[in-house]
Write a new protein. Structure first.
Length: 101
């Protein structure tokens, strides 16, 4: 599900089962990230799928990348793997105005 920044962040803040997933490369993450996010690079291909399958499917995932395209793909992959709730951040980190570290 695609959510704009305000809805994505406010939904996450009130979600006891929320996890932020950053699907960018480690180089991108090193330039800044949303606090508390876990990183699994979607460009790892099959490695991405292996790592995602280790995640708890009972949690809700708030997924982002740089602009929103890779995270949309990641949400689709996660749905195929049986994750019920994966929310894509429209506009990605490049348009993010919330907290960063």
């Amino acid at each position: 599900m695609n959510l704009d920044q305000q809805n994505w962040w406010s939904k996450f803040l009130t979600d006891e089962k929320g996890v932020i997933l950053d699907v960018r490369t480690s180089d991108e993450v090193n330039r800044g990230k949303i606090p508390g996010s876990i990183n699994i690079d979607i460009f790892k291909g099959q490695g991405f799928i292996y790592e995602v399958e280790e995640l708890d499917k009972n949690k809700n995932y708030y997924v982002y990348c740089a602009a929103g395209a890779r995270s949309a793909n990641a949400c689709n992959i996660m749905k195929e793997l049986g994750f019920e709730n994966a929310y894509n951040l429209v506009g990605g980190f490049s348009e993010w105005t919330g907290p960063t570290e």
